[in-house]
Write a protein that binds this ligand. Structure first.
Ligand code: SF4
Length: 349
């Protein structure tokens, strides 16, 4: 069976090259071809001797997901792609082109088991975890398409990253590897809907990444309605885990709070939220829900959003309201995939 070189870092490639009786320095050349020059055909790796190129053709391959759909919107400020994986599964990835650089939001699973009521990705449940190589390919799809450096990464697409823990940690190391993408850990955000034991585990990894916790409610009653997984973890335990994360990493935690009209946006909700987090250094990211034809939830009006934000800020909480970049390209997770499947009548998952 051929060895797939895609996703191997320099260390791994060096071991593989040496074990196959080639000089170690050839690994660095292959690494540069794959990740810096985006060349995946062995025949085009002209720095390698012909004999090695022929041997590679017979013994190795570079298998990467392929882009099957691509949409750009917001005057080119947002781009979304749909990638087809080897087994036919589809994953979505979004790139937001900010003034400070490109930020890529990647998926970590095909589907999702968490069941958040505002999310399209979970409607058919979880199909499988993505490998770290498949996550890496999502980033490279963008650096190849736009030929632009990636400034930051958020693991906030389809899937619950902390349920795919080992692959996610390996992926973070790959993204940070100076021979691959060289992205600072400080520019990486991992989002979770609050898998408490895994938050402690992540804190103990000692990586200076940002943790974003989908809180979405000030108490268990509302949270259980919005995020079924929260029935397993009390909201106080989530906050305790967030405190531990801050103590270990000195990184301020971000709380994601989706604003849904009639559910979690009144004055009492905001006050209760402030009492819940207390003095924990944190940032609130308020996200007006992105209703779709399949998800009948609506954002509050701008007045209500501002008054919710003001209460948090009056309590000293740093708060931003997320601009809904990508609305016109169906950026809520799972929607590009849904549209593609509806149109293609294909066998894709
Ligand atoms: S919001 Fe995230 S965790 Fe919740 S169902 Fe969607 S993909 Fe899963």
């Amino acid at each position: 069976m051929k060895t797939n070189l895609w996703g191997m870092g320099l260390e791994e490639l060096t071991v593989w090259v040496r074990n196959n009786n080639w000089p170690s320095f050839r690994a660095k050349q292959i690494c540069d071809y794959l990740y810096k020059r985006h060349i995946i055909s062995f025949d085009e790796m002209k720095q390698l001797p012909q004999i090695m190129r022929t041997w590679l053709e017979e013994n190795a391959c570079v298998e990467k997901p392929v882009i099957v759909n691509q949409i750009s919107a917001d005057d080119g400020k947002t781009t979304k792609i749909l990638l087809k994986l080897k087994d036919g599964s589809l994953v979505e990835t979004v790139c937001m082109h900010h003034e400070y650089g490109n930020s890529v939001c990647i998926s970590t699973q095909v589907g999702c088991a968490m069941g958040c009521i505002f999310c399209a990705s979970t409607q058919k449940g979880l199909f499988r975890n993505l490998s770290s190589e498949e996550m890496l390919a999502q980033l490279f799809a963008f650096s190849e398409v736009f030929n632009m450096p990636i400034h930051s990464i958020v693991l906030m697409g389809a899937g619950e990253p902390l349920q795919n823990y080992n692959h996610v940690i390996r992926f973070l190391h790959m993204a940070n590897d100076k021979n691959l993408l060289n992205i600072s850990y400080r520019n990486i955000t991992v989002s979770t809907c609050g898998i408490v034991p895994q938050i402690y585990k992540l804190a103990d990894e000692g990586l200076p990444i940002t943790l974003a916790i989908s809180l979405h409610a000030p108490n268990d009653v509302i949270r259980n309605e919005l995020l079924p997984i929260s029935r397993n973890y009390k909201i106080e335990d989530v906050i305790r885990a967030a405190r531990y994360y801050f103590t270990k990493t000195k990184r301020r935690v971000t709380f994601e709070y989706i604003l849904i009209q009639g559910k979690n946006t009144d004055k009492e909700n905001a006050e209760e939220l402030c009492r819940l987090v207390g003095k924990l250094p944190c940032h609130f990211n308020l996200i007006p829900v992105n209703g779709t034809e399949h998800i009948h939830l609506y954002p509050p009006d701008i007045k209500e959003i501002r008054s919710f934000q003001k209460i948090l800020m009056d309590h000293g909480k740093e708060t931003t309201v997320r601009k809904q970049m990508g609305d016109e390209i169906q950026a809520a997770c799972g929607q590009l995939k849904r549209r593609f499947l509806e149109n293609s009548k294909s066998v894709f998952r």
